[in-house]
Design a protein around this ligand. Sequence first.
Ligand code: ADP
Length: 351
Amino acid sequence: MFLFDVAGVILTWNAGVQHILGYTEEEWLGKHASIIFTNADNSQDICSAEMKNAAEKGSSSDVRWHVRKDGSELFGQGYMTALRNSAGEVTGYFKIFSDETKNKQLQDSLTESNAALEQFAYIASHDLQEPLRTMGTYAQILLRRYGAKLDSEAQRFLDHINKGAQRMSALVQDLLTYARVQTEVDRPSSDSLDQTFETALSLLKTAIDESEAVITHDPLPETERDQGQMVRLFQNLLGNAMKYRKPDVPPHIHVSAKQLDSEWVIAVEDNGIGFDSKYAREIFVPFKRLHSRDQYEGTGVGLAICRRIVENHKGRIWAESTIGEGSTFFFTLPASGKPPARHTDSVIEGF
Ligand code: ADP
């Protein structure tokens, strides 16, 4: 902690300053505050701007690399407030300075590992997909050309090889998406969520037609978000709502949107088979499935992708369900945009 007079001269500090920066009181007391910015050429300007901001707005913050007395680097976060007398005049400044080097290094190494993950995903998509395609294709050729000469057991084995290759290809593709979602950020779009939703529906047209799904939705808000990721989020949640339907009951799915304080809560509610609510958290973990592959195709990565997308948008995702009655998947988005314009439900039916 530092205390400066109105001209920015260091009046006093606590022992933490010496501990963090390595300079003794004698070395710095009575000097100008700009001395704190040890490695900046324009330290006077930074300091003037900091004090001006603190005086005008009440406080100001500064995050940057500094150099300690011993020459080592330190990532410091400074927070300055203006001190005033009873007449409201600025009489000095108070600054809290913290060493954030470990956090910064952690953040940087996460960025690096994200880049490594993306590269891995890219290689995986190309190098793993290729031999899988070869396996699948040759199993099909074998079946087509020599199928008649093979007995039914051999045909079944070839079919297993083909299906295995297809399944692994789907897994690799989903893992690739899961890895990519983490690294592709900062592509905000301001289209309304309604438009995003319509795009997801058009991509799901076949499933909607086949299952005879009736999908209704409240007007959806405008929020800052990554368009591609939001389409995928709706696609996964609506896709599941149709996939996990009751055998003889067409899916009825409703998407609602409510603003609660500073966030939107979007809910995707279905009338499907539901699941035991004790697994409501686990289903968002990659590869976690509650229903067998014989009954319902899938890789178990879809909801993990949804979670990453929502968390990328500073939201939360969770689910509620009752076996035999249906499930509701909720997610939140920060309410930075405009409220929905229309107030009528729209209905999309597929037959
Ligand atoms: P996948 O559908 O490929 O198995 P997901 O990650 O999308 O993977 O879902 C994980 C599991 O959560 C599913 O296997 C299923 O058991 C359960 N689940 C997801 N959505 C629903 C739903 N709408 N109704 C019932 N169960 C669901």
